[in-house]
Design a protein around this ligand. Structure first.
Ligand code: AP5
Length: 213
């Protein structure tokens, strides 16, 4: 029995990271997230500049930088949840050359909800857990429930940059969703439910498309 290879798609703030954390724990998978990998290397010099220059503006980091990160991570993983990649058609081609996927999930959330989710997000500086000031607040303001770490707001979660990220998503990544819809692989999940209900739907979809339980 091989471990599931799951792709999770959705707009910025759709809940990909929240649900990927649950999935990796439930099925003992690697969480491959280009956003986290790039944030950990924001000031890395590449021939295109640093990731920070693109990320803080809400733009995509150039494909060769991201492709390399993903290929290395996939090489090291058996089962995985891939979150934040592919984000354009060229990344889709690259991905399809290096691996096969068992299930492609798409978290469907209306644009009007995304800005609220992004601007209200707070992240633990120690363990990386995400909170939301309204929908999932910590017990003590500014402090992580799980590890006591300090919570911070991501540089790209300002309203202006969040709007630009959603524009970039529509321009580039909406076509990725269409690609997987056309191949018949896409499983659409109502991402506007509470996080537990979203996860129940995701868990059922993964079990239905793989031999994982
Ligand atoms: P990345 O970090 O991947 O950001 P993103 O795709 O914009 O997604 P987010 O992490 O913002 O949102 P999410 O869907 O994970 O939502 P979350 O679960 O946190 O990328 C950042 C940047 O890196 C990009 O802009 C780009 O520059 C670069 N980059 C990354 N990958 C790249 C690539 N492949 N190519 C080129 N460049 C790349 O939830 C959000 C909030 O909502 C949280 O507060 C959470 O608590 C709350 N929430 C979650 N679910 C629910 C729910 N069901 N109900 C209510 N609230 C909820």
């Amino acid at each position: 029995m091989s471990d599931p290879r799951v792709l999770i798609l959705g707009a910025p703030g759709a809940g990909k990271g929240t649900q990927a954390d649950r999935l990796t724990a439930a099925f003992d998978l690697e969480h491959i997230t280009t956003g986290d990998a790039l944030r950990a290397n924001k000031d890395m010099e590449t021939e295109y500049g640093t990731p920070r220059e693109f990320m803080d503006a809400g733009e995509l980091v150039p494909d060769p930088v991201v492709n390399e990160i993903v290929e290395a991570a996939i090489d090291d993983a058996d089962g995985f949840v891939l979150d934040g990649y592919p984000r354009n058609e060229s990344q889709v081609e690259y991905l399809e050359d290096i691996t096969e996927l068992d299930v492609v999930l798409y978290l469907d959330v209306a644009e009007s909800e995304l800005i609220d989710r992004l601007t209200g997000r707070r992240v633990c500086s120690e363990c990386g857990r995400s909170y939301h000031v309204k929908y999932d607040p910590p017990a003590k303001e500014g402090v992580c429930d799980e590890c006591g770490g300090e919570l911070y707001q991501r540089d790209d979660d300002t309203e202006e940059t969040a709007r630009e990220r959603i524009r970039v998503y529509e321009e580039n990544t909406a076509a990725v969703v269409e690609h997987f819809r056309e191949t018949g692989a896409l499983v659409e999940i109502d991402g506007e439910q509470d996080p537990e209900s979203v996860f129940e739907d995701i868990e059922a979809a993964v079990e239905a498309h793989t031999d994982a339980e």
